[in-house]
Write a protein that binds this ligand. Structure first.
Ligand code: ATP
Ligand code: MG
Length: 420
């Protein structure tokens, strides 16, 4: 027996549900397009080096979750686990940062791959829409991105989400904090893995989800108390701009995020209806990333929003998106000549911008009308030999059930007028 089964941790987007995903992507992209962000598309895989350096050797993404492989030609590649490193690589390669027009603002949409333990809201193949503003240090840019994400979620009707905000400091003040935190963490009772993390990336330990660890973290030094004056002023400005824009956020001193490259502003969008996979999006400032991957200093900020979890959030809030029916007119021919004539009508309707479909496969009237109903079309055009002899087709309003003959040459105009 043949079984059809998508690979573990993946799923297919199938009509009608797939329309929701398109609508979510579109809703996230719309505020970006409206704010000077240009569309960028990069390959689904990159040299593994890019992520090792750009995402960070100490992150779960690189050590555990990355699909890395060697090609027949001996190249070491990885399926992209995230978008930022690729987008920055592409911008540097195309010299966008030398155009004299900074920041370079880009948005993207695509598939990402992480070898994770699959569960609801956590997949091995998932979809993100992201935005990056490259080459400028300006708190208004950080605020802009958070405001646009907030606007995107709200345009979908979401309201049970929260914005968590923190500052991770910069290359002056973070190392001082890092030392203090390491000193504190080394005095705790931690397992070997976590002790290793204390050595490589102590900030990540703050993010540990286990109660046994969280209990011991009470009294840990807080980054807030170590921020230098520059970082403090920067962060305060971001907070003020958000408040002035009416965007509600929560200060979260423990928010560190999983990637190594973040500096200063860090934020996460969490949805309270999603259980443990609550992060619907996240991002922050990554002033050091360009240099980490071998480029010039380019302070930048960005975010990525998860499309899959945004769709789950819509379901959790019981939101039905108002998606227009995909077909407005359905044509039902009765007989060979009607088939040719109505196929012509459908083609003309489509050219005129009316969404139209056709009963294929030589169905009888009953079967064809069933298809017309299923299509969600507002109007059905039916024609048989007698109609054609009279130079008319029957136009049926599927809502009222009323049917009337319309001259064949006038039917496209008539339908367009009716649909407004
Ligand atoms: P988490 O803490 O849940 O693992 P993350 O910090 O790894 O999330 P990011 O790298 O910030 O996630 O990615 C941005 C967004 O992409 C997340 O907020 C989430 O909505 C989505 N996302 C990340 N990993 C997955 C996944 N495996 N499956 C589905 N969506 C994901
Ligand atoms: Mg993760």
């Amino acid at each position: 027996m043949t079984t059809f089964q998508a690979p573990k941790g993946t799923y297919d987007l199938i009509p009608p549900d797939s329309a929701k995903y398109l609508a979510v992507r579109e809703a996230i992209a719309a505020p970006l397009r409206n704010s000077g962000y240009g569309y960028i598309e990069t390959p689904g895989f990159e040299n593994v080096e890019l992520f090792a350096r750009g995402v960070g050797e100490s992150t779960d993404i690189v050590t555990k979750e990355m699909y890395a492989f060697e090609t027949k030609g001996g190249d070491r590649l990885a399926l992209r686990p995230e978008g930022t490193a690729s987008v920055l690589r592409a911008a540097l390669e195309a010299n966008l940062h030398k155009s004299g027009n900074l920041p370079v603002k880009l948005w993207y949409s695509g598939s990402y791959y992480r070898y994770e333990r699959p569960q609801k809201g956590r997949y091995r193949h998932f979809s993100q829409v992201g935005a990056e503003a490259i080459g400028a240090e300006d708190p208004a840019l950080d605020a802009e991105l958070i405001i646009l994400a907030d606007q995107a979620y709200r345009s979908l009707g979401l309201s049970d989400f929260r914005i968590l905000l923190n500052s991770l400091g910069d290359k002056e003040c973070r190392p001082v904090y890092r030392d203090a935190l390491q000193g504190f963490l080394r005095g705790l009772d931690l397992d070997e893995d976590t002790r290793r993390r204390v050595d490589i990336n102590p900030l990540r330990v703050l993010d540990d989800k286990r109660d046994s660890v969280q209990k011991q973290l009470v009294g840990a030094p807080l980054l807030r108390d170590y921020l230098c004056d520059g970082c403090k002023a920067y962060h305060e400005e971001v907070r003020e701009l958000l408040t002035a824009a009416g965007v509600v956020f929560e200060d979260d001193e423990k928010l560190v995020r999983g990637l190594d490259y973040y500096t200063r502003t860090t934020f996460e969008f969490v949805h309270d209806g999603l259980g443990s996979q609550s992060a619907v999006g996240g991002g922050g400032r990554y002033d050091g990333l360009s240099e980490m991957i071998g480029g010039p200093a380019l302070p930048s900020v960005g975010w990525a929003l998860g499309v899959d979890r945004t769709v789950l959030a819509l379901e959790a809030e019981g939101i039905e998106l108002e998606l227009p029916a995909s077909t407005s007119v359905f044509a039902v021919p009765l007989g060979e000549e009607a088939r040719r004539v109505l196929f012509g009508v459908v083609t003309r309707l489509r050219k005129a911008g009316v969404a139209a479909d056709f009963s294929y496969g030589g169905k009888g009237l009953k079967g064809a009308m069933k298809s017309a109903n299923r299509s969600g079309a507002r109007y059905t055009v039916v024609a048989g030999e007698r109609d054609l002899a009279d130079g008319v087709v029957q136009l049926k309003d599927m809502e009222s059930g009323e049917q009337a003959p319309v001259a064949l040459d006038a039917v496209v105009e008539e339908i367009r007028a009716k649909l407004g």
